[in-house]
Design a protein around this ligand. Structure first.
Ligand code: ATP
Ligand code: MG
Length: 235
C-alpha cells in the first residue's frame, strides 16, 4: 500500500532522514521505533506531504505521490495523526471531528461516518458538545485518533498516540488500534516510544536511528533480538 524508497528529508540545511526505505502492505500494522530526534516524526510528515523530501520516492497504492500535496494525499486515503494531543481547544468535540471529515463532500456520508466513529468512541459521543479544552488527557488523545478516522482513511499514520496518557488509556488506545486493524482491516503505520506494548500490535517494524533504518523485521524476531532487547526493551 505504501512504499518509501531512498527517502532523504530535513529542515533547511539540516538533513534528518538519510536514504530511508520502508513498506507497508495492505492490512498490516507496521511500527517505527527509535530514540528522540531519530527522525520518526519527520518521516511521517514527509509521507503525509508536510515536509518535502530532498531525494527518494513515495508510492501509495502503486501511484507515485512524492510531488502531491497534503490534500491530494488525504483524498487518496492517507490520514496522519500528529504527535501531541492536538485538538482545537475552543471547539467542541463534534466540531473537532467534523474538521477531520473534509475529504467527504456528501453531508450524509459525514453524518454516517460520525456515527461510526462515535460507535468506536462512545465516550466522545457523550462529550460531543463539550469544549475540547476541557477533556481529560486520555480523551483528547482519543479525539485526535478519532479525527484521523473521520476521513475514513485506507492508511492511518499515528505519531506516538500513547504519549502523555495514563497507562490505562495507553492499553485502550493500543487495543482500539488492534480492533480497527482486525475488524475493519485498517492499515496502520505507528510511531511509538512504548516499544514493548507496540510490538504486540505490530506485525513488522523498523528501527530508525539518526535518520537511518538500522534494523527491520517481524515484530516477533525483533523481540528476540539482543540489541532490541537491551536498548528498546531494557531486558
Ligand atoms: N521544524 C524543525 N526545524 C528544524 N529542525 C527540526 C524541526 N523539526 C525537527 N527538527 C530536528 O529534526 C530531528 C528529527 O526530529 P523528529 O521530530 O523527526 O524526531 P523524532 O524521532 O520524532 O523524535 P521524538 O521521539 O523526540 O519525537 C531533530 O534533531 C530535530 O531537532
Ligand atoms: Mg516525534
Amino acid at each position: 500500500m505504501l512504499k518509501v524508497e531512498g527517502l532523504s528529508s530535513g529542515y533547511g540545511n539540516l538533513q534528518v532522514l538519510w536514504d530511508v526505505s520502508l513498506g507497508v502492505g495492505r492490512g498490516e500494522v507496521v511500527g517505527v521505533f527509535g530514540p528522540n530526534g531519530a527522525g520518526k516524526t519527520t518521516l511521517l510528515r514527509t509521507v503525509s506531504g508536510l515536509n518535502k523530501p530532498t531525494a527518494g520516492k513515495i508510492y501509495f497504492e502503486g501511484v507515485e505521490i512524492t510531488a502531491k500535496s497534503v490534500r491530494e494525499r488525504t483524498m487518496l486515503g492517507i490520514s496522519y495523526v500528529p504527535e501531541g494531543k492536538r485538538v482545537f481547544p475552543q471547539m467542541t468535540v463534534r466540531e473537532n471531528l467534523m474538521l477531520g471529515a473534509s475529504t467527504l463532500s456528501d453531508p450524509d456520508k459525514v453524518r454516517k461516518r460520525l456515527e461510526e466513529v462515535y460507535e468506536i468512541f462512545p465516550r466522545l459521543k457523550e462529550r460531543m458538545n463539550q469544549y475540547a479544552s476541557t477533556l481529560s488527557g486520555g480523551e483528547m488523545q482519543m479525539l485526535t485518533v478519532a479525527r484521523g478516522l473521520m476521513a475514513n482513511p485506507k492508511l492511518l499514520m499515528l505519531d506516538e498516540p500513547s504519549f502523555g496518557v495514563a497507562p490505562i488509556y495507553v492499553s485502550r488506545i493500543f487495543k482500539l488500534l488492534k480492533e480497527l486493524n482486525v475488524e475493519i482491516g485498517l492499515t496502520i503505520l505507528l510511531v511509538e516510544q512504548k516499544v514493548r506494548e507496540a510490538l504486540k500490535l505490530c506485525g513488522r517494524c523498523y528501527i530508525l536511528e539518526s535518520g537511518r533504518v538500522v534494523l527491520e523485521g517481524e515484530a516477533a524476531d525483533l523481540e528476540r533480538n539482543d540489541y532490541v532487547r537491551e536498548v528498546y526493551l531494557g531486558i
